[in-house]
Design a protein around this ligand. Structure first.
Ligand code: GDG
Length: 735
């Protein structure tokens, strides 16, 4: 196995330039720690932007910087101020960030920043390509680099690429407003594995892929260009040990070791022993709901005035993206709100809000977590929110109450905390009241469960799970590749064909010989296909059978004049050498009267779907429906039909966007075996694209050459990519 290349907007190292020299200090952020197990030793490389623009780096320091970064296994992508403005502050933070957090009104759709985003993504991709070998594994992080997977894939089709999105993926209704939505999806689909924090983000993404790109999604696999892209959720954890151990150490520290902040916190506690501390920590970002939280706090103080002088809210707002206008406005709003609320409520001995607009060192973070009775986190939208997890990890005696917004990804895993809707002030005020009065035993029993979970699914496990899943996915794809009909295999098959004395070929029609059409009646054969089938039928000692689920009237029109052998309606009817169809299986169709009304009610309720009535089967087609809705209805119909047909000799076939009900003793496997039994064939070949063809693949003798169209799971021995490849393959037989 090759090396691992991690790629993110920022490197896990901070550069500091002073007195003409350079120092590189490793960052302590969650991602950097989480990736420790992945980014270790000499066989991994982290590529990203250093945080300094080209203009900020003195020329004489360029090579020193590269050396300093190399010591930390890092390599930088050079960006000019203009590029950072367009790519990072522009498209990433003024378009994608607000849009993906449902702040549609903040999203700017600027062609220039999109172009810069594309160009800078290409720079990152080029930086990878410069260093990458085919057996390397690439892990791309976050919304700044969504086009990178496809850009790398275009040049290195075999390489393993994973992508993880740290922010929410919004619902299709929001995502579709983006003018470059298809490009973004296609960019992401260059990966082999795409990871999200939660299942909701995953299903939003899958829904956009289905609706905007029209791609087939089965469970969480997407088929694209004969590759399978897997989509899954991996809720990111924290470095649990680091936080719990820091808290234990903090607990044991003597008064001389205490930080200034801790001393201030202690003196507050001593002066007002019955007053509780409520903590909130976030980057100053409109998604974090800081202004709303302040309003809610005011609401709480008015609703429960007995808590005046009995609670203190500590707000740590970490400066962020301060050159984006919305962040400047937010800063102003929060400053004013804190000023007003403090002005309205303060007494001589009490200020309700302590507000810090800065980032603090790690020790102070621990001071704050361990000293606070309540952590109050109310993001309006948050991909995960690690602060919630960190607070719980530092509670060594298991006391403390976490109040967390339902809109944070972490709420999915932290059900034992008090979950709130950040827009519901009444609920928030009542929840604060409940938290302030929660018995110690209850706090401990809730936190015990949370701690156990967080300790187990920590950030290292998260990173390893993602990497293992990426390797599995790659292995799965490689297994498929080994079954694709390669040049060598093809030559072998043709050789056997030529040598054989008596040949039998079964060819499925829709999705195999001809592409799909939203109206099945329009998917008739073209001249090229007739020519090919004529040539095949004229081969000596060769029996060709078209084998299809289609009705006999359509095939009579299309193929009877050509005298092709045909098996239709999955094996009910047979026509050979231009003779009229005769029944191959004795089947009944009196059940149709019962089933038709059920299908009709589904047609009424599912725009775009329709019923196809054949002599011995009924099919409900939903190719033209809204994809998500169609799939939903198909599941519903399957449930209804399964209970209805339970006692009859009927079976339900679910094909490609079609559900068909027919007699159980009819299928393509049985039909093909009957033909096979009639003579002594030494070359048997069957090709088809959907579930109904699997009966042939399963039942024909093991020496038969069975071929699936498309790379989905199959019993067939080989697969080819699409209809064009099928025709190429068949024309080789008659060359
Ligand atoms: C994005 C997504 C997702 C905060 N203040 C200080 C400080 N921090 C540390 C915390 C925590 C991290 O920063 C913040 O992480 P969050 O998850 O809360 O939020 P975002 O920065 O918005 O991160 C988010 C995350 O990516 C991971 O995928 O959870 O949803 O928006 O680790 O401890 N650290 C120090 N001083 C501070 O003042 N030292």
């Amino acid at each position: 196995m090759g090396k691992t290349i991690i790629i993110s907007n920022r490197l896990p190292v901070q550069l500091q330039i002073g007195n003409g020299s350079i120092t590189a200090i490793p960052s302590v952020g969650g991602l950097a720690t989480g990736m420790k197990s992945v980014h270790a030793g000499g066989d991994s490389l982290w590529i990203g932007w250093s945080g300094l623009t080209d203009e900020e780096i003195p020329e004489q320091l360029v090579s020193d910087i590269d050396k300093a970064l190399a010591k930390h296994g890092s390599s930088k992508v050079n960006l000019s101020k203009e590029e950072v403005d367009g790519f990072y502050f522009g498209f990433s933070n003024r378009t994608i960030w607000p849009l993906f957090h449902y702040f549609l009104e903040y999203s700017e759709f600027e062609l220039n920043s999109w172009n810069t985003y594309k160009a800078v993504n290409q720079k990152f991709a080029d930086a990878i390509l410069e260093k990458a070998d085919d057996d390397d594994t690439i892990w791309v992080h976050d919304y700044q680099l969504m086009l990178v997977p496809q850009m790398v894939r275009a040049k290195k089709p075999k390489i393993a690429i994973g992508f993880f999105l740290h922010i929410p993926f919004p619902s299709y209704e929001i995502f579709r407003t983006l003018p470059w939505r298809e490009e973004v999806l296609e960019g992401l689909l260059g990966a082999d594995l795409i990871g999200f924090h939660t299942y909701d983000y995953e299903r939003h993404f899958l829904s956009s892929v289905r609706r905007l790109l029209g791609l087939e999604v089965s469970f969480n696999d997407i088929e694209i260009d004969s590759r399978t892209v897997k989509v899954d959720s991996f809720p990111m954890g924290i470095d649990y040990k680091k936080f719990s151990e820091a808290a234990e150490k903090h607990e044991k520290s003597t008064s001389e070791d205490l930080t200034d902040l801790q001393q201030r916190l202690n003196s507050h506690k001593e002066s007002t022993p019955d007053a509780k501390l409520i903590l909130s920590i976030d980057r100053l970002d409109y998604t974090k709901g800081i202004a709303k939280r302040l309003n809610a706090f005011e609401y709480f103080l008015n609703k429960f005035p007995q808590y005046k002088e009995k609670v203190r809210l500590i707000i740590l707002a970490v400066p962020s993206r301060s050159n984006v206008p919305q962040y400047q406005l937010l800063k102003k709003e929060v400053d004013e709100l804190v000023g007003r609320i403090n002005g309205d409520f303060a007494t001589v001995s009490w200020t309700p809000i302590w507000y810090f607009y800065r980032s603090v060192p790690f020790e102070n973070l621990i001071d704050l977590y361990t000293s606070s009775d309540i952590a109050w986190l109310t993001p309006i939208r948050d991909g995960m929110n690690l602060v919630a997890k960190e607070y719980i990890a530092t509670r060594t005696d298991k006391t403390g109450v976490l109040i967390l917004s339902e809109m944070a990804g972490s709420a999915n895993e932290m059900n034992e905390s008090l979950l709130i809707n950040p827009n519901n002030f009444e609920q928030i005020a009542d929840t604060l009241y409940k938290a302030l009065n929660m018995p110690i035993e209850e706090q401990q029993s809730r936190n015990a469960v949370l701690q156990k979970r967080l300790e187990r699914y920590n950030v290292e496990k998260w990173a390893n799970d993602f990497m293992n899943s990426l390797q599995d996915q790659k292995a799965r794809d490689a297994a498929n590749v080994s079954r694709r009909i390669t040049e060598i295999r093809l030559n072998g098959i043709i050789d056997n064909y030529k040598k054989a004395k008596k040949r039998l070929l079964f060819l499925d029609y829709d999705g195999t010989l001809a592409g799909f059409h939203t109206d099945p009646q329009k998917a008739g054969p073209d001249e090229g296909l007739y020519k090919l089938l004529d040539a095949l039928s004229n081969e000596p000692n060769t029996s060709i059978y078209l084998i299809s689920g289609r009705d006999k009237d359509t095939f009579t029109r299309w193929f009877l004049p050509r005298k092709y052998n045909m098996i239709v309606e999955h094996g009910v009817w047979l026509s050979e050498n231009g003779e009229d169809f005769r029944m191959l299986e004795n089947v009944k169709n009196d059940w149709m009267e019962k089933i038709r009304p059920v299908l009709e009610s589904f047609v009424d309720r599912t725009p775009g779907s329709f019923i196809e009535e054949k002599n011995y089967s009924l099919a409900w087609h939903y190719r033209k429906t809204d994809p998500d809705f169609g799939n939903l209805r198909a599941t519903e119909l399957a449930t209804v039909l399964t209970s209805l047909i339970g006692t009859d000799d009927l079976s339900l076939l679910s094909g490609n966007k079609v559900m068909e009900i027919k007699s159980s003793n009819v299928n393509k496997g049985r039909a093909s075996m009957r033909i096979f039994g009639e003579d002594d064939y030494d070359f048997v070949f069957a090709i088809g694209d959907d579930w109904t063809d699997e009966f042939m693949f399963q039942e024909l003798p093991p020496e038969a050459i069975t071929v699936k169209v498309g790379s989905q799971k199959t019993q067939a021995k080989y697969y080819v990519d699409n209809v064009n490849k099928v025709r190429d393959l068949l024309s080789k037989f008659v060359e």
